[in-house]
Write a protein that binds this ligand. Structure first.
Ligand SMILES: Cc1cc2nc3c(=O)[nH]c(=O)nc-3n(C[C@H](O)[C@H](O)[C@H](O)COP(=O)(O)OP(=O)(O)OC[C@H]3O[C@@H](n4cnc5c(N)ncnc54)[C@H](O)[C@@H]3O)c2cc1C
Length: 415
């Protein structure tokens, strides 16, 4: 019989770890607290599962130890992920570098993982919440609601606190703490931002291309840019959402957590230079002096947004464009190109796609993902202090770290 490996958590990382360990000859059991494995996977990529990305760079993965994620991903990179899933039956389809199953169904990705676990005869115990992991002499004892399980190695892949309805309720952090690990405060990331201004109710539902620069007020009182992105922005009744907001959200979460003020400057004409916008305004002002300001904005930006921009620029939507002076046009241009909004909070873990923070990677060996605190324990997936940007990078982290942890958990130390 191979080494007894228990995998805690049946998400993307845990299922990959279980498959890799079983393929390496270990006797593997997967323990999952929910009534089925892979619940989070089903909601990924709007139900289509963006499972990786052709464009891979170290800076797309964030971690307190900057080089840690890449050392792990290098052992099971995107190419191996694509090969792994092709071997399981997934024909990949590409959209702007993002890879999806050709079926456009996240359930296909979960199905092929489950089929492989079945083929490898890995027992999957659902409804089995792990309550603790103890080291006893040369082996481990994993305590669960269904009794204790002895093991030679355990892979802790219980996820973060993001989207807890899918099973990741943060109990993995408590298990890691019990094993002597330090937890870097988890915070919602890839999440919407709530803003202070009252005019969002008027703009709710607007989707528009925009650039966003997130600025943080440092201790010296100076506002500094912390992150920026560009893409389809969504305005909601409480603030801002959409991929560019998700991309900068972890920096907002961290700054707000450390009690610093955060604002965002939104550029609603990101494809134009300032000179082009100024020339366009002059042209339109000359061409349409008899239109009201609201009519003058027609075709330029979404109507709901236009009304708010005009008001913020001190212009009345009903005043004639011909009556607007130079400083009025400049004020409007300022609103169109750099609309400032104070960020008061992120949305909660319930709405977050991932968490930043987690188990401190300084306490984990990147070559094997073996805990430096408790022998025989490996860690994989989002439970670690690693988060990727939007675009398939968080699942890539789950596959890579799951594969590395599973492979090493299966091999006896010194072998
Ligand atoms: C709505 C949404 C959309 C997303 N879309 C994408 C996308 O398209 N592309 C992408 O790359 N990433 C996406 N992500 C992020 C990605 O899904 C996660 O980063 C990834 O699934 C994390 O995998 P994991 O295995 O580490 O954790 P999880 O998938 O959270 O799995 C952890 C598992 O452990 C179980 N568990 C927890 N505690 C215990 C315990 N004590 N005992 C036993 N079991 C336990 C949980 O029930 C869960 O099944 C999305 C996330 C969300 C919420």
């Amino acid at each position: 019989m191979g080494r007894r490996v228990l995998v805690i958590g049946g998400g993307a990382a845990g299922m990959t770890a279980a498959i890799m360990a079983a393929r390496s000859g270990a006797s593997v059991t997967l323990l999952e607290r929910m009534d089925r494995v892979g619940k989070k996977l089903l909601s990924t990529g709007n139900g289509r599962c963006n499972f990786t990305n052709l464009d891979q760079k170290p800076e797309y993965y964030r971690c307190s130890q900057a080089d840690f994620p890449w050392k792990v991903i290098g052992q099971f990179p995107m190419e191996k992920t694509v090969e792994f899933f092709a071997g399981l039956g997934i024909l990949a389809k590409e959209r702007n570098g993002c890879l999806y199953p050709n079926s456009d169904q996240a359930s296909s990705v979960l199905d092929v993982l489950r089929l492989e676990l079945e083929r490898l005869r890995v027992p999957v115990l659902t409804g089995c919440r792990v309550q603790g992991v103890q080291r006893e002499g040369g082996s481990l004892r994993v305590l669960t609601g269904q009794g204790p399980f002895p093991a030679d190695a355990a892979v802790l892949a219980a996820g973060s606190k993001a989207a807890p309805a899918t099973g990741s309720d943060g109990s993995g952090y408590e298990l890691a703490r019990g094993l002597g690990h330090r937890i870097i405060t988890p915070l919602p990331a890839l999440v919407q931002l709530r803003c202070a201004e009252k005019d969002y109710k008027q703009m709710a539902g607007v989707r528009t291309d925009a650039g966003i620069v997130l600025c943080v007020e440092e201790r010296d009182g100076v506002w500094r840019p912390a992150a920026s992105d560009c893409g389809e922005l969504q305005l909601t009744d409480y603030g801002i959402s959409g991929i560019p907001v998700f991309q900068v959200s972890r920096y907002a979460a961290a700054a707000l957590h450390s009690k610093r003020r955060v604002k965002a400057a939104i550029d609603f004409l990101p494809r134009q230079t300032p000179e082009e916008t100024a020339a366009m305004i002059r042209r339109r002002a000359d061409a349409m002096p008899d239109r009201t300001c609201e009519q003058w904005m027609c075709g330029l930006l979404n109507k709901k947004l236009s009304v708010v921009l005009l008001k913020r620029a001190g212009l009345s939507p009903s005043q004639k464009a011909g009556s607007v002076n130079e400083s009025g046009w400049n004020a409007l241009m300022g609103q169109m190109r750099s609309f400032e909004t104070m960020v008061t909070a992120t949305n909660s873990y319930e709405q977050a796609q991932v968490c930043c923070g987690g188990v401190d990677t300084a306490e984990v060996d990147p070559a094997t993902l073996l805990s430096r605190k408790t022998k025989g324990v490996y860690l994989a997936g989002e439970i670690l202090d690693v988060d990727g940007i939007c675009g398939g990078y968080n699942l890539q982290w789950a596959w890579s770290s799951g594969a590395v942890a599973g492979l090493h958990a299966a091999v006896p130390p010194g072998a």
